[in-house]
Write a protein that binds this ligand. Structure first.
Ligand code: SF4
Length: 479
């Protein structure tokens, strides 16, 4: 994956830091501030730009948020000042609204009767329409974030209809991707959009329960993952259990295929599928669809590791670590010049010559977006003496933007747009190139194809988006 680096990943070349978001929320008879802190650290791969926590204490919601990684934003005394039995947290990369401190979450607003705090992962596609409506009702906005639109819509609806009906109306009016952790005063809610685009997991912690973007957060807390929030479900989380208030049932879902291919942590389980096992299966199918003659299968660390293992298992070609990663390199944004970036590339990844020299290599990664990273890695392997480099990719070519929470917004940024596989192979310097097919990817994920979002691979989206095609016309009628 070449435009979505994580802290410590091989951030090669001039690519943007394009993560999106992670949310968490806990209710317990114990103080939840540390649960929030450690769950956000476990979700750090989902957003590295800002972090925030909101808790209900002394009859009001207290919020602390800032730019940076979770451990840079919070310290022990800040967490002490947030101590409470109920709260939510957020890590962010902006998909809408830009990289500014005021867009950090949770977003906190007041109504006449309530205080609301919102932590949102996803992207709302009818945001302009909702803004116009709310503006005409007298709402003013202090950020450009779609998450603030959710908060203000919720404020409007619960003022008019009460908390539970207000939540239902809000879900009904939002179009797009939203996994939410919400505080309404001291009540904690988790909501997932009816298509289930982004993941959201429920779990048990010490003397309480909670919600997090990925199941792995509960493991980090010594807790237990219980189940996914259902697509369209509104759940209230209390210290002694969950109450489901409503489930908006849809005929088809649209789970983001990229969560399985790249975004989620490999140790997470999403909608009943182990992310690690999906990636291994992708590798096995890739080996069947695009065999190669080679001495070793090597991954691009860490993103291609499970895919490469699957490829090696299926092909019988030995797996080897041909690229080593230095985990302790500063993040790209503090090294702005081209020269610095080149140095950084060499600091972040280096070839293991004994594996590479005079060998034919199958190089496996999860995806190619711009192609800059892959071109540099192939060159690195060739410079280290590789005889041949056969590149195999665990997602089909990305050809269309994402409007549902991943920062891939323009068609011209994709190397695969308007190019043949042979042309792409030439640009990245590979001796051969093979992408898994869409059918192969769907088989590896193991969910029905009609329940998976493939928008950025097909240009057909699960929700109506101006100027784009919708995947099933009947879905439009379901809204
Ligand atoms: S368009 Fe692509 S990245 Fe966006 S939600 Fe759909 S599958 Fe995921």
């Amino acid at each position: 994956m070449d435009i979505l680096p994580r802290d410590g990943d091989p951030t090669l070349g001039p690519r943007k830091r394009n993560e999106y978001c992670g949310v968490a929320g806990f209710s317990s008879s114990l103080d939840v501030s540390r649960f929030l802190y450690f769950s956000l650290r476990a979700l750090q791969h989902r957003g590295q730009e800002s972090a925030g926590i909101a808790t209900y204490r002394n009859n009001t919601i207290s919020v602390y948020k800032g730019m940076g990684l979770v451990h840079e934003v919070f310290n022990s005394s800040i967490l002490d000042s947030l101590s409470s039995n109920v709260g939510i947290g957020h890590v962010r990369y902006s998909t809408m609204g830009g990289s500014k401190p005021e867009n950090a979450q949770p977003i906190h607003i007041y109504t006449m009767e309530h205080e609301i705090a919102v932590a949102h992962n996803g992207e709302i596609v009818n945001v302009e329409e909702l803004k116009n409506f709310l503006g005409s009702m007298g709402s003013a906005f202090v950020t450009k974030s779609d998450s603030e639109v959710i908060a203000r819509l919720l404020a409007y609806e619960i003022t008019k209809h009460g908390v539970i009906q207000g939540l239902k109306n809000t879900v009904r009016r939002l179009v797009g991707a939203f996994s939410l952790a919400l505080l309404i005063d001291d009540r904690l809610f988790a909501i997932r959009d009816p298509l289930g685009i982004r993941p959201l997991a429920l779990g048990k912690i010490s003397d309480g329960y909670g919600v997090a973007s990925e199941s792995t957060a509960f493991h980090a807390l010594g807790g237990e993952f219980l189940r996914d929030v259902l697509p369209g479900e509104i759940v209230e989380i209390k210290k002694d259990g969950f109450v489901t208030h409503y489930v908006f049932e849809r005929k088809n879902k649209a789970h983001c295929m990229f969560e399985y291919v790249y975004f989620a942590r490999a140790d997470s389980v999403i909608d009943g599928r182990s992310v690690y096992e999906v990636r291994r299966k992708i590798g096995r199918i890739l080996a069947r669809e695009h065999p190669a003659k080679a001495d070793f299968v090597i991954p691009v660390p860490d993103s291609g590791r499970a895919h490469a293992l699957g490829y090696a298992e299926e092909s019988g070609i030995p797996y080897a670590e041909g690229l080593m990663k230095n985990r302790y390199v500063e993040r790209t944004f503090i090294m702005p010049s081209q020269e610095s970036r080149v140095m950084e590339i060499n600091m972040k990844l280096s070839p293991v010559k004994s594996v590479i020299e005079n060998r034919s290599i199958v190089l496996v990664d999860d995806s190619i977006v711009r192609g800059n990273t892959m071109r540099k890695i192939v060159k690195m392997l060739k410079d280290a003496g590789a005889r041949e480099v056969h590149v195999r990719i665990g997602s089909p070519p990305i050809i269309a933007p994402c409007y549902l929470g991943i920062d891939m917004k323009t068609r011209d940024q994709f190397i695969a747009t308007g190019r043949s596989i042979e042309e792409i192979a030439r640009i990245i310097g590979a001796d051969s190139l093979g992408y898994i097919s869409i059918d192969g990817l769907v088989e590896a994920i193991g969910l029905p194809g009609n329940d998976i979002c493939l928008g950025c691979l097909t240009g057909r989206y699960p929700v109506p988006i101006k100027g784009e095609k919708i995947r099933f016309q009947s879905d439009l009628e379901e809204f």
